[in-house]
Design a protein around this ligand. Structure first.
Ligand code: NOJ
Ligand code: CA
Length: 686
């Protein structure tokens, strides 16, 4: 009926008639707190979101625009819709919790063009108690086969932008995701990477991100009018955003919604929006702790390339393996083992060989030695962003690692954000973005090629995490933010005291991060040098609990874990030895964005709990209820806390280690120093 009116009666009449007959479909979260509405008002697809009766996303545009053919932008109407409900639990092979509850309501709305050729798409909306996801599905249809997407219209209109606080890093900026976070009003925010986090005047917290980014371009948030954030897809070198064919689906556009800051953290939204494991038996994917020939290069005591201080030698690797075996680390990462590091490797990534070692690095001998000690070499593939060079060698490179028994590989894509080098079919060099569709597919290639050889991947300078570890559990970790490397002497602006606290509420919403904590020599070039770790030692320990990753590095030089005598281990090191990296459950206990955060996590298939709390520049007192502990047990709490004189700036090493007996009824009172922390292991008393 609506269609007939619009089609026969001309444009002006069509608009009024259509808007008069606009349809709205709604769906509520299982607890009823979140309501999403989808409308075709004025022929324009749009949506809005209410949380506990507050408009948190006001009427926001939807749509896809194609090159050369009419897309889904205007003159559309809702043809039909359906709703479904689902409440299931699934198991993570590894993760921050074992069992994940997926309880959601679903709305599928079919929208079609009101004029020939009547092309149509489906908008899928899933509403959980902790947020919303929606995606476009474009079925196969005549005249819509090969599709070039030139724009995605999706926007997120958060009202009262002057009263909304935004926590964000720049989007599509030179250093990819390696920035310090900004705290501004939403009105002041400029183009931002996701996840971006928002605090509304009511205290409600939101985070905007995406899930299941596969064969599509990532988006950044581009503010248009105040509060109107547009999903701006990263283009190919030629301006096209996505080159695809029907049928296709876009990634899920996601909105975390919580009544407070820690509500954002206690969410499985991103994982639940991803597809189940596609790799089958993944018992070969093993979480673990590792050390590495790594920080020495960042300190400039060793070199990646060949020199008299070459880091990756057979002898040094064996010594590191001895240390790893003795203190419970399953892996030793070695960077700079392969040819190609000499000269400007960032702009000369094409020179990297991924199969040829430097002459002083005997790969078969090293891996044989490691096996005899129960320690694995962790492989390293730095590409310098020259991904075609990597692609051409990838099969051989992973074959080699598989042959010698390497099961984890750290990859790297160091270069400016728009300098991912692609050699096209005609041999022409093209520069692509690190988060365009091309790059998305190259990161995926490394993960799927590695999976074929039972190898896990830890990507540095990665595509942002969108929860694909659920589908590809060998994608164990990644960087995708400023890690500890930014505290090295080469850094002109090291990480601030608030940085890691900020990560918890932003970057970490997307998934595990290989931050590489555990630097014990916090002041490698002096207490007063600008480049140093701006944390206390207790905070550096707490990062192991707060910043989740199934693989965690003890990043310092092994010698720095010993006292001056070179024999006695430093007391804090025991916490790293006792720590695990795989969990049955995780709970954010308390916190505010960028200010402080406290986490408790229960060891996977074990009965120990670990607690980590960190603060920004401000010292603070915390009273943490221990009611997460098993009420029937008594625990020894092994506490690593800031001493009375601890302060990141003047006295970062004042660490007190003490024991207490506690139960679930107790409250743990703690004083965190300026940029301080608290790390606790709870061990049941037998
Ligand atoms: C940047 C990575 O984040 C860092 O960990 C690595 O050492 C260098 N690239 C060299 O690959
Ligand atoms: Ca990096």
């Amino acid at each position: 009926m609506k269609f007939t009116l619009g089609y026969l009666s001309g444009f002006v009449f069509a608009l009024t008639s259509v808007s008069a007959l606009a349809e709205t479909k709604t769906v509520a979260s299982p607890d009823g707190n979140i309501i999403v509405s989808v409308s075709d008002d004025a022929g324009l697809p749009s949506y809005s979101v209410k949380y506990r009766n507050e408009d948190i996303i006001k009427k926001s545009e939807l749509g896809l625009e194609f090159k050369n053919v009419d897309g889904f932008v205007r003159n559309l109407h809702i043809v039909k819709s359906e709703t479904n409900a689902s409440n299931t639990t699934w198991v993570q092979p590894w993760g921050e919790r074992k069992k994940v509850n997926d309880n959601h309501k679903e709305l599928i709305v079919e929208m079609a063009q009101q004029q020939k050729p009547f092309h149509h798409f489906n908008l899928h909306v899933k509403v959980f108690n902790d947020g919303v996801g929606f995606r476009y599905e474009v079925p196969k249809q005549t005249g819509l086969e090969q599709v070039d997407i030139v724009d995605e219209k999706t926007e997120f209109f958060i009202p009262d932008s002057d009263k909304v606080t935004a926590y964000w890093i720049p989007g599509r900026a030179p250093r990819i995701d390696e920035y310090l976070y900004n705290t501004t009003t939403l009105t002041q925010m400029t183009r931002a990477q996701t996840p971006a986090t928002f605090k509304l005047a009511s205290g409600v917290h939101l985070a905007i991100h995406e899930a299941a980014l596969v064969d599509y371009a990532a988006f950044t948030l581009e503010p248009k009018q105040p509060g109107h954030l547009k999903a701006d897809l990263t283009p190919w070198y030629d301006g096209i955003r996505v080159k695809t064919q029907t049928p296709f689906v876009t990634p899920w556009r996601s909105i975390h919604i919580a009544p407070n800051a820690i509500g954002l953290l206690n969410s499985d939204l991103i994982l639940n929006l991803n597809e189940p494991n596609k790799l089958g038996d993944v018992s070969w994917v093993k979480p673990g702790k590792y050390i590495g020939i790594w920080w020495g290069m960042h300190l400039n005591q060793l070199s990646w390339g060949m020199s008299d201080k070459h880091g990756a030698t057979t002898e040094r690797t064996k010594a590191y393996m001895d240390f790893a075996a003795q203190y419970g680390f399953s892996g030793v990462l070695v960077e700079g083992w392969n040819l190609g590091w000499d000269g400007d490797w960032v702009n000369g990534g094409d020179k990297f060989s991924f199969t040829k070692a430097y002459p002083d690095f005997d790969l078969p001998e090293i891996t044989r030695y490691g096996k005899s000690k129960g320690v694995e070499l962790i492989g390293h593939h730095e590409t310098g962003g020259a991904v075609t060079n990597y692609k051409n060698q990838m099969g051989d490179a992973f074959d080699l690692y598989q042959k010698v028994g390497v099961t984890k590989v750290k990859t790297g894509y160091v270069n400016e954000h728009d300098r991912m080098k692609r050699i096209d079919e005609n041999g022409i060099e093209r520069m692509e973005w690190h988060d365009g569709q091309f790059a998305v597919n190259e990161y995926m290639r490394s993960v799927t090629e590695a999976a074929k050889r039972h190898i896990s991947i830890d990507s540095h300078e990665p595509i942002k995490d969108t929860g694909l570890r659920r589908t590809y559990p060998n994608w164990v970790s990644r960087e995708g933010a400023r890690g500890n490397e930014y505290n090295a002497p080469w850094s002109t602006s090291p990480n601030t005291p608030e940085h890691t606290v900020m990560l918890a509420y932003t970057r970490m919403l997307s998934g595990p991060m290989d931050y590489t904590p555990g630097i014990f020599n916090l002041t490698p070039v002096g207490l007063n040098a600008e480049a140093r770790i701006k944390n206390t030692l207790a905070k550096e320990l707490a990062l192991y609990v707060v910043l989740y990753s199934p693989i965690q590095m003890a990043a310092d030089l092994p010698e720095n874990y010993f006292e001056k005598d070179g024999k006695t281990l430093k007391p804090g090191f025991q916490f790293i030895r006792d720590m695990t990296t795989d969990w049955d459950d995780s709970k954010a206990l308390a916190g505010e964005v960028g200010t402080y955060v406290a986490y408790a996590r229960k060891k996977r298939d074990g009965d120990e709990w670990f607690l980590g709390a960190i603060t920004n520049e401000d010292s603070r007192k915390l009273s943490l209820k221990l009611n997460f502990l098993d009420a029937k047990k008594k625990y020894t709490a092994e506490i690593y806390r800031d001493g009375e004189t601890a302060n990141w700036k003047t006295n970062p090493y004042d660490l007190v280690v003490e024991k207490k007996t506690v139960t679930a009824k107790d409250t743990l009172d703690a004083s965190l120093a300026s940029s301080g922390g608290l790390a606790v292991r709870f061990k049941p008393v037998k």
